[in-house]
Ligand binder design. Sequence first.
Ligand code: OAD
Length: 252
Amino acid sequence: MTDLIKRAVDDITAANHVVALTGAGISVESGIPPFRGKGGLWEKLDPMEFAHIDSFMRDPAKVWDILIREMKGVIDTAKPNDAHIALYRMQKLGKLQSVITQNVDGLHQSAGVADVIEFHGTFARQFCLKCGKTYETGMINLTQIPPTCECTGILRPDCVFFGEAIPENEMARSQVEASQCDLMLVIGTSAIVQPAAFMPVIARENGAKIIEINPEPTSLTNRISDYLIEGGAGSIMKQIADELEKAAGHAK
Ligand code: OAD
């Protein structure tokens, strides 16, 4: 165990209200590419052309064909990795209150985490632009692009596109969790996209410790976070959960 993992285990043990803020990096080891950096989705596609609500409304067939169809293929088959499972293990130990995630892949829920705040919505559901009827993404037939509702309206994922507001309830709950926690784990996010990247700032301003887990420094490192544990989320989070379980076992 490295010194920083030991430090994180001690800090989590001493904390009363732990919240995790997660980003695309936590799902990389599940085979879902991140947005930025090497191999990132925005290296291949311009987000303003494919992930902005105005682009979708202008040409839904193009966005469905090039971005959403591919996302569906990847997300449909992805499974939680050691990092998602470690957060569930922390929850079982009473050491995790909630997860605020920027991800739309549903992997925290698949791992068993009870309180997941989906800051950017969910890819699990589609809704009709005309009548609002919702559909499970797994049930959508992609023989016709864009897929349509029984009322003939076009379907769109229930995710937040650029240019759209964060869902009100998720925004409010995240702010409450960020201001009430005494420790925030910031896992696998470049912390570039606002307002999600502001949650660690709120936590810090309210006296919480901020621990980052990421293979590389981010805009929070050395500024907002207390320390960065450098590396992949799966291995680091697994070691943290192993140690917390060991300590809980010893205490029995
Ligand atoms: P990014 O793609 O911006 O950042 C991914 C982060 O994960 C980077 O800091 C990587 O260093 C890190 N990373 C890569 N592999 C990792 C691993 N194995 N373990 C841990 N970390 C790893 O993703 P987000 O910060 O989530 O928004 O992006 C935020 C938002 O930008 C997304 O929710 C999406 C996107 O545009 C919308 O679609 C509205």
